[in-house]
Design a protein around this ligand. Structure first.
Ligand SMILES: [Zn+2]
Length: 360
């Protein structure tokens, strides 16, 4: 793995920002972790997922309601990922460690593995955001070219058309292939995976067996394989597409910057926090509905700067971050609506799909 270092000689920007954020929490006397708004949301989402799953298994349905319910279940599972799992695995859901630990396992209930994800996301992605060669979130080459340093192949000309399809099947690929690939290769792109304890290995295998049981074996036994196939495909389309699009809109849009780490050593010209500002974008900050469902992931700038603060505080923190960015003459990438962010993402992907050196 190339050794990447940031220009952290003075941390001027981050020091100033942290001071302002600390003042906010001191003044408002709020805890940095979640509160009743987050707990209520967690209960609603988890109950919705259990109800939809039970409905799909025990209530006979014709294909159309089955398709709609399965898509909706996938969407709800993605929302559990954004709201409950993401905060818990960052340690920001609750001040009690055991609560974060248990709720972090909701990722395993979705099919993933929280040990691998914590390293892929909390360490690799959050530190080396948009650095090609390290950040797993943009390592989709040769299937998708997500930044100009990645090699181009002629099929990329069509990538803006086929990426929605890949996003739709991303959760199946992730749960049934990528997790095993990382587990057996013991690395995330070029970063070695930390040593797993016996308990970690057991949780990995037990979770994967339970996934096969609850998402494949039991539904086939209760509904038959045709109904299961419809359920499994549609649920994953809802889950995979929702997860992919929300994470992609945060970093892979026209407004964000990329870097690459090839060779042995790479020095990033900015301090870490400025790198986060330049490689991250918010979207639809004024929509309470999107903020509720996306678990504050539409405030990715605030999340990347303060991942250990619960997402329910991000709308308030965004005002502080914007002020600090303006004072330090830094960009604050915020797309006004979800639609604007989607357009920016696919326009960016289409541009990258063009043969390098040709003007579209
Ligand atoms: Zn995160």
């Amino acid at each position: 793995m190339p050794k990447v270092s940031f220009n952290n000689s003075d941390h001027v920007f981050y020091t100033s920002l942290k001071t302002s954020v600390n003042k906010y929490f001191t003044y408002t006397k709020k805890r940095r972790t979640g509160d009743i708004r987050l707990y209520a949301k967690s209960v609603i989402l988890i109950l919705a997922a259990i109800s939809l799953y039970t409905l799909l298994l025990f209530v006979p349905m014709s294909p159309l309601p089955r398709i709609i319910s399965s898509l909706f279940l996938g969407f709800v599972l993605a929302c559990i990922g954004f709201n409950v799992m993401h905060d818990a695995n960052h340690g920001s859901y609750s001040s009690r460690k055991w609560v974060n630990k248990i709720l972090g396992l909701t990722l395993n209930a979705l099919g993933g593995n929280n040990f691998i994800w914590k390293q892929k996301h909390n360490i690799v992605h959050h530190t080396y955001t948009n650095i090609d060669g390290i950040d797993d979130d943009i390592a989709k080459s040769p299937y998708i070219r997500m930044c100009s340093s990645q090699p181009w192949v002629p099929a990329h000309r069509l990538q803006h058309l086929y990426t929605p399809l890949l996003y739709s099947f991303s959760s199946i690929i992730w749960v049934l292939f990528q997790d095993f690939d990382k587990y057996f290769k013991k690395k995330i792109v070029n970063t070695p995976l930390s040593r797993m304890s016996t308990a970690d290995h057991m949780i990995f295998w037990i979770s994967k067996i339970l996934y096969l049981l609850f998402y494949i074996a039991i539904p086939i036994a209760l509904t038959g394989w045709q109904s299961w196939l419809l359920f499994f495909l549609c649920m994953n389309i809802g889950l995979g597409f929702t997860l992919s699009i929300v994470f992609q809109l945060a970093h892979v849009v026209e407004e964000t910057e990329f870097d690459s780490a090839t060779g042995d050593e790479k020095k990033i010209e900015n301090e870490w926090a400025i790198h986060q500002i330049k490689t991250t974008a918010n979207f639809s900050p004024d929509s309470p509905i999107i903020s509720w469902f996306a678990g504050g992931l539409n405030y990715q700038i605030e999340h990347h700067l303060f991942p250990r603060i619960s997402h329910i505080h991000y709308p308030a923190l965004s005002r502080i971050v914007q002020k600090e960015c303006a004072a330090f003459n830094l960009p604050y990438n915020s797309l006004p609506t979800f639609k604007a962010a989607v357009i920016s993402h696919f326009r960016f992907i289409r541009t990258l799909g063009g043969k390098p050196g040709t003007i579209l």
